[in-house]
Design a protein around this ligand. Sequence first.
Ligand code: NAD
Length: 501
Amino acid sequence: MTGIQTRGGDELMATRQTVREIHNFVGGRPADAQTDERLDVLDPATGEVLGRVPLSGASEVDQAVMVAAGAFQSWQDEPVTRRARRMFGLQVLLERELDQLAELVTRENGKHLDEARGEVRRGIEVVELAAGMTTLMKGETLDQVALGVDVSLHRFPLGVCCGITPFNFPAMIPLWFAPLAIAAGNTFVLKPSQRTPLTANRLAELFAEAGFPAGVFNVVHGAQRAVEGLIDHPHTRAVSFVGSAPVAGKVYERSASRGKRVQALAGAKNHLVVMPDADLDLAVPAVFASAFSNAGQRCLAGSVAVGVGEIGDELVAAISRMARDARVAPGDEPGTDADGTITPVTTPEALARITGYIELGEREGATLCVDGRGQGQGGGFFLGPTVFDQVAPEMTLAREEIFGPVLAVERLEDLDRAIAAINASEFGNAAAIFTRDGGAARKFVREAQAGMIGVNVSVPAPVAYFPFAGWRGSFYGDLHATGRDGVEFFTEKKVVTSRWT
Ligand code: NAD
């Protein structure tokens, strides 16, 4: 692995040899944080320090929000056609930088380079959606609701919107929000994960290079204090959050109690149901990739596989074989592929937490078929794929989000029981079924209580033109990220009733 060579903004150049101070990005350029509190950002493949990120507080947040509020005054008046054109410019730059951005994502998150390219591509999709804002923001009119009276509905931007994002998709998740917010005429403050701050700053540079005026897209680094400062700031109008369920709940409550518009995407425990008639050549690699790609650190990762009826033995044997054959390696190891490589988890704390869950699974009496512990390489945070069989729905392994390369296999008698297990979960992000039976698939689509359903698809991530539609404990709010929901979230409606006699 070589040092990341970003174009411009050399405070971002984190190499193995040098530890760089990471800056906030405010008003179109890097901004010093006043706080002395800093956190080391680690390379998950080696444990080496890539940089030091500031843990900003109220004063840094205030600086960024006030700059964004100032920029909003003119940005909201910029014709929507020109705002949309800037998105086309950003799209070209993101295409140009796709490989470099992917390297940066791999460097700070640890995921495979192909997976990182995929996430940048998914982010670009949202930029493409936002470039259609001229159509998406259009209003409605109704002529002659009474004699001489017409009614029209107009969409307006809100003001300063903020995004608080997790470590597992450093490029894609900020891009779920910022392009739609900005194309709709808002300005934006991003508070990325303190574990993965580098990609956010590179995105800020690209927004600036694409010609977005200073202050339209800003980055404030930090953790809880920065988040609370953003939510509480009187000029913040809307809060878009993605992260773990406990924090999502707190962010939702705090934002709502201060009258902020809020969408909070939370944790998950996704079930993949394999029916007795499933095509195992399709289902087994799909379940494997869903459970173990990006070391299971995806909110759409399938972490519970349900073998229905007699298919259980064959399913467990095939998945266990793949797990034993999998390569545990850094995300940029030449000659590897994303689905067959288990990359490191992102932090040492995650490694300890996941290892604790494996120990707990043994104590609870599940059968450990493949044990991923003890696969450490260098100073990296590696854990091999781990497969538990005979997991009962009430065990912790089947209920709590582990967010690591651990697959729990449940054996259930029929589809009704499989759906009941899904619906008993506190989460409702995604669920998938593998079957050749249209009737079973239809029943599953109708009855499984999750917002994103896969039919013979193990990671049912919606394309940007649809909402990222988690349910129940996986989402707090009503308007989801992306799609039509995203446009509605970042605009407010004004209805005009006019009489001309
Ligand atoms: P996290 O909750 O620890 O952090 C998310 C963000 O919240 C970060 O920016 C962090 O700095 C901030 N934060 C952390 N603690 C806080 C606190 N006490 N108060 C205020 N802000 C705080 O999540 P993570 O570990 O970065 O990400 C993994 C989680 O994100 C998993 O639970 C995963 O399922 C979830 N996730 C969900 C989706 C989805 O679409 N539903 C997508 C990706 C990730």
